[in-house]
Design a protein around this ligand. Structure first.
Ligand code: SF4
Ligand code: SF4
Length: 451
């Protein structure tokens, strides 16, 4: 038995689970496929109030406390490649890809000025540009920049060496001689999969002006604009002229509870930024009362049931034509900005992760889960748990709740003797008989061989 838990995914669920496990005196090993941690909330993980009320009062992990926590180890730019063993003792293999920039990087930006390769910055949903050597955003963890070797002019086979970045880096932080891959082998008691979700692009909305007019944006792009620090300093400025909008229309085709949560949250954030008119056009009324309430309880939001069919730029605004199903008439109205609510889907690499971990994917395309007491965090394999959006799209509060539930189950599989002093006592509050029963349960659990 080990005193460590492997967590795959360093978004809000993975990091919340890591903090909970670390607080129990155990070691959390966090593996993240991106070069930085934080996932979709990486930008606001710098200040306690940056996420605002989107977490509904739940504490959110912050970079500073994560960096100071000796019980959490991070392996970024890395993927889980295999899991063997059983609950209580898994052997896991992790493959870390080279970053080519070491911790000696001082973030001086000199390399940015000379790198000739310009690419959309996917960490800003393509709203900004980056170079082949880059930092995804203003503040990151880890702090060292990284090289996107697939787009770098030094990608092997290397017929035209570039090396402009190494020539200007006074800190000698760039090393193209790093091994392309490093393997890590660890023994852990439990695994928590927290792979997050993927947001679709807005391409399917081209008939509503997406891609043709800069002020037609997706909900993912609006969120990045609303976040501080963000490309526009945390304000919903119009991409066409960087002015603040007076009127914004959010268009929602699929009124699922998760989509409504996103729309209601963004509409509220726009109102908080003193946008005068915030309207939502929903294709059909939500089937659940709770979902409908998410929209209608936010005072100041104009909600219409209807379908937009044309967007035309005119006089500096966007003229939106839509059919109003309630009034049974066609309407044309001007807005400064239009937000198209895009769907979310399982991450591209979820199937590969499921295969590496030996767990099942359900018909929905997300990881299959079951559980008790409302905490559906058990994967198809004992000892491998799932938290956050890996099993279905979830809001921040529910992701945090699931992460804590998964972390508590993982701590139950750890060897209490290996846990640190008082923390071990805190994590084992049961009496002597309960302790013995728990130990027997763990041993029986550990005897269940993985097929
Ligand atoms: S890699 Fe070197 S040049 Fe680039 S930011 Fe870091 S220290 Fe500066
Ligand atoms: S070697 Fe690669 S990362 Fe460095 S400046 Fe050239 S293209 Fe950019």
């Amino acid at each position: 038995m080990s005193d460590a838990v492997l967590i795959v995914g360093a978004g809000i669920a993975g990091l919340t689970a890591a903090q909970r496990i670390a607080a129990a005196g155990a070691t959390a090993i966090v593996v993240e496929r991106q070069p930085i941690i934080g996932g979709k909330l990486a930008a606001p993980m710098t200040k306690s109030n940056a996420i605002g009320d989107r977490a509904e009062g739940e504490p959110v992990p912050l970079f500073q406390s994560l960096a100071e926590n000796d019980n959490i180890e991070f392996i970024t730019n890395a993927t889980l490649t295999s899991v063997s063993g059983r609950a209580g003792s898994f052997n896991v293999s992790i493959t870390e890809r080279a970053r080519f920039v070491t911790d000696d990087c001082t973030r001086c930006k000199l390399c940015h000025a000379v790198c000739p390769v310009v690419l959309p910055n996917e960490f800003d949903v393509g709203l900004t540009f980056r170079k082949a050597i880059y930092t995804p955003m203003i503040t990151t963890m880890p702090e060292a920049w990284a090289i996107d070797i697939e787009n770098c002019l030094n990608t092997p086979p290397n017929y035209l060496p570039c090396n402009r970045c190494t020539e200007v880096c006074d800190d000698n932080a760039i090393h193209f001689d790093q091994a392309l891959e490093t393997k890590h082998e660890r023994n852990v008691s439990a695994v928590i999969l927290a792979p997050g979700m993927q947001i679709q692009s807005g391409e399917e909305f081209s008939e509503l002006g997406y891609g043709a007019h800069p002020d037609v944006v997706t909900s993912a792009e609006l969120q990045r604009l609303l976040e501080s620090p963000g490309p526009s300093g945390g304000y919903a400025s119009r991409p066409s002229n960087e002015e603040y909008p007076d009127s914004v229309l959010l268009v929602l085709d699929d009124p699922s509870p998760f989509a409504l949560y996103i729309v209601a949250s963004q509409a509220k954030q726009l109102l908080d930024q003193d946008v005068e008119t915030v309207s939502v056009l929903v294709l059909s009324p939500p089937t659940s009362e709770e979902a409908a309430q998410q929209l209608t309880e936010k005072t100041g939001i104009n909600v219409h049931w209807g379908a937009a069919f044309r967007v035309q730029p005119q006089d500096g605004n966007l003229g939106v034509s839509y059919e109003d199903f309630t009034e049974k008439k066609y309407v044309k109205q001007d807005f400064d900005m239009i937000v198209l609510c895009v769907d979310v889907e399982p991450p591209d690499d979820l199937q590969a992760l499921a295969e590496a971990a030996g767990v099942s994917v359900g018909d929905s395309g997300y990881l299959e889960v079951s559980g008790t007491n409302g905490a559906n965090v058990e994967s198809s394999e004992p000892g491998i748990l799932v938290a956050g959006c890996g099993s279905s799209p979830k809001n921040i509060r529910d992701s945090i709740a699931e992460a804590n539930a998964a972390a508590d189950k993982a701590v139950g599989l750890l060897n209490p003797i290996l846990l640190e002093g008082e923390a071990a006592a805190a994590s084992s509050p049961a009496g002597p008989n309960d302790d013995m029963r728990n130990q027997i349960e763990k041993l029986l659990f550990a005897l269940v061989e993985r097929p």
